[in-house]
Each structure stands twice: as structure tokens, then as C-alpha cells.
Design a protein around this ligand. Structure first.
Ligand SMILES: Cc1cc2nc3c(=O)[nH]c(=O)nc-3n(C[C@H](O)[C@H](O)[C@H](O)COP(=O)(O)OP(=O)(O)OC[C@H]3O[C@@H](n4cnc5c(N)ncnc54)[C@H](O)[C@@H]3O)c2cc1C
Length: 264
């Protein structure tokens, strides 16, 4: 079956074209082109946009804006995004990272979406032509989305307040058993004053560990004090089963790796 490719210079025109049946947006193509090559006949036409803002990274006044076409490789090598580099480097190998975009990662089903786990912990906003929305709202409705995502924005975390971990069986570029991102703020005595924890592979898309977040408040990061948070981490999860790991295994190892992330 043939696959048409249409290129637009504006997001507005691309959004209009995206309403046609069988039409999908083309980011780096690592998932959508692979699916077409493997015989996914639901896609008959791909749309791309050449608007330069989609590929721009801006870091100013502690705020970050990543255009949706920014690649994982570009994030990993950006001098002001060192805190986020581990999450960008967690996506595939070098060839994948050169193509994989921020926009595509937002739509990637588990076990993919490692960078989106980091964005969820950072409470990013997702922008489209119609406006911005919190990433949690975007993720909940992404299956029915028919609009080009243009950018994500978030406050740049301090190095000591942001942690990311991807667990895979094949190092360094295997698919996730799970991934975890935590954005933590501390009082001067080391007590946690705010916690936002995001999990990958614990549902079909990244989710927050809200019970664990709550249990961490007022704790110091010691084995004893984080124990209730580790026990609460399984609340609300529905891990995926795939050739890498079963849902049971993922649920069993989640508290172990969350503990390592918090204590490490
Ligand atoms: C060998 C291999 C290894 C991989 N390893 C990992 C990994 O370790 N971690 C990981 O997270 N992912 C991994 N992936 C999955 C994938 O490469 C990444 O998730 C990547 O970020 C997807 O981005 P993309 O630009 O290639 O998406 P595409 O394939 O271009 O698009 C994916 C979906 O998102 C939609 N889309 C893309 N951009 C937009 C936009 N701006 N607006 C609206 N819709 C959009 C497309 O229409 C499509 O439905 C891997 C893939 C492969 C093939």
C-alpha cells in the first residue's frame, strides 16, 4: 500500500489536513514509519511541518520550552539541559535518539515514553495551536487527539531536586522494565516539602505515584522514613506485560527501584 507524505509550512494547515481519515503526524518516524513498514494499514498519509519553532529549544529565566520536533539527541547535548540529559539518553540507542522527538515520545505507548515520564514529574505544559494544557490532561486524552503538538514547557529543575532512573535488562539501550522520575523539594533540614513522582510501564502511559508522593511529605530520605512511600507506590498501578517483563514482576521491583532512586 502506498503512503503519501505531505509537507506544510504552518501548523494551522497541518492541523486542517490531519482531520482526514488515515492521516497521522510524522515526528521522527521511529514508531509511525515502523508501524507502516510492518503493515499497519490504518495509516495512509503522513503529515510534516517545517515551521522552525517546532525544532527550537529555549532556556530563559529558569523556564524551558522544547519544540515538539526537538530530538532526544539535541536535548542530551544541550549545555543548559544537563539535568534532563539522563532522561533523553534513556531513549533507545544513538540512531533512535537522532530521530526520536519530544512530540512523538508524548504519544509513545508503554514500554516507551521514558522522556515523557520525566516531563510528567516536572509538571510540564503541552502546547498545541488551540492553547496549552497540563501534561496529565494531555496524556489522559491523547488517544483522541487530532492536533499537532507544538511544544512542551516546564520550569528547569535544580540538579539536586530532580532524579531519573530507567531499568532495562539490556544495557545501555534496552526497552524499559520501568522508569521513574522524581521532582523533590527539601526544607533546610532535609525534610521533603514537595514531591512529584512519575512512573513508566506502570500503565499503558506514564502515571503519577500520588500515594507515594503524599507519603513522602515531611520525611527525610532515610530507609526508615521512606518505607511507607515505597509501600504506597503500588497504589493505582496497572503494569504492562510484554516480552521484557510481566505485570507481576514490574510491580514487585517498583518499590526496590523507587527506594534506590530516593536514597541514591
Ligand atoms: C528500536 C527502538 C527503540 C526504542 N527505544 C525507546 C526507549 O528506550 N524509550 C522510549 O521512550 N522510546 C523508545 N522507542 C520509541 C520511540 O523511538 C520514541 O518514543 C520516540 O520519542 C518517538 O518519537 P518519534 O518522533 O519517532 O515519533 P513518531 O514515530 O514520528 O510518532 C509517534 C506517534 O506520535 C504522533 N506524533 C509525533 N509527533 C507529534 C506531534 N508533534 N503532534 C502530534 N502527534 C505527534 C505520530 O502521529 C504517531 O502517532 C524506541 C523505538 C525503536 C524503534
Amino acid at each position: 500500500m502506498s503512503l503519501a507524505l505531505q509537507t506544510f509550512s504552518s501548523v494551522k494547515d497541518a492541523n486542517a489536513a490531519l482531520q482526514a481519515a488515515g492521516t497521522r503526524y510524522l515526528g521522527g518516524g521511529t514508531l509511525v514509519v515502523r508501524a507502516a513498514n510492518e503493515g499497519d494499514v490504518s495509516v495512509s498519509s503522513l503529515i510534516r511541518v517545517t515551521e522552525p519553532t517546532l525544532s527550537a529549544i529555549s532556556v530563559s529565566g529558569g523556564k524551558v520550552r522544547l519544540g515538539a520536533s526537538v530530538t532526544m539527541a539535541a536535548i542530551a547535548r544541550h549545555p543548559e539541559l544537563a539535568t534532563l540529559a539522563p532522561a533523553a539518553r534513556a531513549v533507545g540507542g544513538p540512531a533512535i535518539r537522532n530521530m526520536a522527538t519530544v512530540g512523538g515520545n508524548l504519544f509513545a505507548p508503554a514500554p516507551y515514553g521514558d522522556f515523557t515520564v520525566a516531563l510528567l514529574a516536572l509538571d510540564a505544559s503541552v502546547a498545541a495551536e488551540a492553547g496549552e494544557m497540563p501534561i496529565e490532561t494531555f496524556l489522559a486524552g491523547r488517544d483522541t487527539s487530532r492536533a499537532v503538538v507544538t511544544a512542551v514547557s516546564f520550569s528547569l529543575p535544580k540538579a539536586e531536586s530532580f532524579r531519573f532512573l530507567k531499568v532495562s535488562r539490556v544495557k545501555p539501550k534496552g526497552v524499559s522494565v520501568l522508569s521513574i522520575a522524581a521532582h523533590l523539594q527539601f526544607a533546610t533540614d532535609g525534610t521533603v516539602t514537595s514531591a512529584r513522582i512519575a512512573l513508566g510501564c506502570m500503565a499503558d502511559r506514564p502515571i503519577r505515584a500520588k500515594a507515594a508522593e503524599e507519603a513522602l511529605l515531611g520525611c527525610k530520605l532515610t530507609s526508615e522514613e521512606i518505607a511507607p512511600a515505597l509501600a504506597a507506590a503500588a497504589e493505582g498501578i496497572s503494569p504492562i506485560t510484554d516480552p521484557i517483563a510481566s505485570a507481576w514482576y514490574r510491580a514487585e521491583v517498583l518499590p526496590v527501584h523507587l527506594g534506590r532512586l530516593l536514597l541514591g
